[in-house]
Design a protein around this ligand. Structure first.
Ligand code: NAD
Length: 349
């Protein structure tokens, strides 16, 4: 994969939070969202090539810590990510993450990166790629329910990729809505702050639910969802953590990333295990139908899958090669004689 010398291979490029922010400003947020969507679509289109497994989750009373591995045979990747809805009360984030790519041939890591910001970008790029594919023609108004850390990224990706021009915000915490509206000012979207979820969905062809609560929540009830809308359900992504009334699921065409994982974590954990769903990669490759008519409710039951993180890391790796926005990290022991690890330790004394 590379022609680096052994000691160059031992230095792993590390993209810190600071470097990630510089990279986003260097590329431009909306261009980066579009670029990520291109990489994600490319990888979705070669889906059968990848090693796939539901993520490995360690649940606790307050949250979950997960590992998300995958490989395309040449490159291996994983993400470490947590989800702790009560963290914000302590001044901590609900979701933080970092991730790694490695060369399958040698097993050596080739990139270590922050992924808290990158996860927000890749989730938004995936949402918008799917909305562009499934939302009704001409969709341009989105209700954004849950105005936390992901919300501005979701809104701007929908603008950059799916043609959204107006977002209608609602959160049970008015301070979150005020923060989101202020952050989105000047980004070319019409932003309407709403007092209820019902008000937010008025006139919206796309409804994004992106709330964080470790329970079977009902952010949308059946009577709130009219014919023809596209629902981008992001927040239900753990066993026992959902956002939609089951009746909505029975009326919708349901699209998922990887059914084996979504049946454990997604909205469809509320349905029988054989309820039909369509894998989004099959729609992108033309092997399955997307939206069938103007009246169909399409639901993207998003939980976030390892291949999206792999694509995002692949994108970052390509970008930093040009920008030098990384630290070479002394992560791997590098003895002159590969079998003399002990000698290297002794000489260091
Ligand atoms: P966050 O804690 O920053 O924001 C969540 C917001 O939801 C908060 O502002 C909160 O007040 C609001 N909220 C809670 N209950 C609500 C309700 N009933 N109605 C309206 N608003 C409500 O969290 P975040 O980082 O924005 O993440 C949001 C959710 O998205 C989390 O559950 C997270 O696990 C999930 N997520 C999913 C993916 C994916 O790929 N599907 C990726 C990242 C995050």
């Amino acid at each position: 994969m590379t022609s680096l010398t052994p000691s160059e291979k031992a230095l792993v490029p590390f993209v810190s939070v600071d470097h990630m922010m510089k990279l986003i400003h260097h590329v431009g947020l909306e261009d980066m969202l579009r670029g990520l969507a291109v990489y994600i679509e490319e990888d979705f289109k070669r889906w059968p090539l990848f090693d796939k497994t539901p993520r490995v989750a360690s649940h606790s009373e307050k949250g979950v810590i997960e590992l998300m591995p995958t490989s395309d045979g040449d490159v291996y990747g994983f993400k470490y990510v947590n989800g702790h809805p009560s963290n914000t009360a302590d001044g901590l984030q609900t979701v933080t993450a970092f991730g790694l790519l490695a060369d399958v041939a040698s097993g050596y890591p080739v990139l270590l990166s922050e992924m808290t910001i990158l996860t927000a970008l890749r989730t938004a790029a995936t949402s918008a790629l799917v909305a562009r594919t499934l939302a009704p023609k001409g969709a341009h108004v989105m209700a954004m329910i849950g105005n936390g850390a992901q919300s501005e990224f979701q809104s701007l990706a929908m603008k950059a990729i799916a043609g959204v021009t107006e977002v209608r915000l609602f959160d049970i915490d008015p301070a979150a809505t005020a923060k989101c509206a202020a952050n989105l000012a000047g980004h070319g979207l019409t932003v309407v702050s709403c007092k209820s979820a019902e008000e937010a969905i008025m006139g919206a062809q796309i409804i994004t639910t992106c709330t964080a609560d470790k329970q079977y929540a009902t952010i949308l009830t059946d009577n709130m969802v009219g014919a023809g809308v596209h629902i981008n359900a992001i927040g239900g992504d753990c066993p026992g953590k959902t956002e939609l009334a089951p009746a909505i699921l029975h009326r919708a065409g349901i699209f998922v990333e990887y059914p084996e994982q979504t049946r454990i974590e997604g909205e469809i954990q509320q349905l029988s295990p054989d309820h039909p769903v369509t894998e989004i990669w099959e729609v992108l490759t033309g092997q399955a139908k997307g939206r069938v008519d103007d009246t169909q409710i399409t639901l993207f039951d998003s939980v976030g899958f390892a291949i999206e993180d792999f694509s995002a890391l692949r994108y970052v790796r390509a970008q930093i090669a040009e920008t030098q926005l990384f630290h070479p990290l002394d992560l791997l022991a590098d003895p002159d004689d590969p079998r003399d690890l002990f000698g290297m330790l002794q000489r260091a004394q």
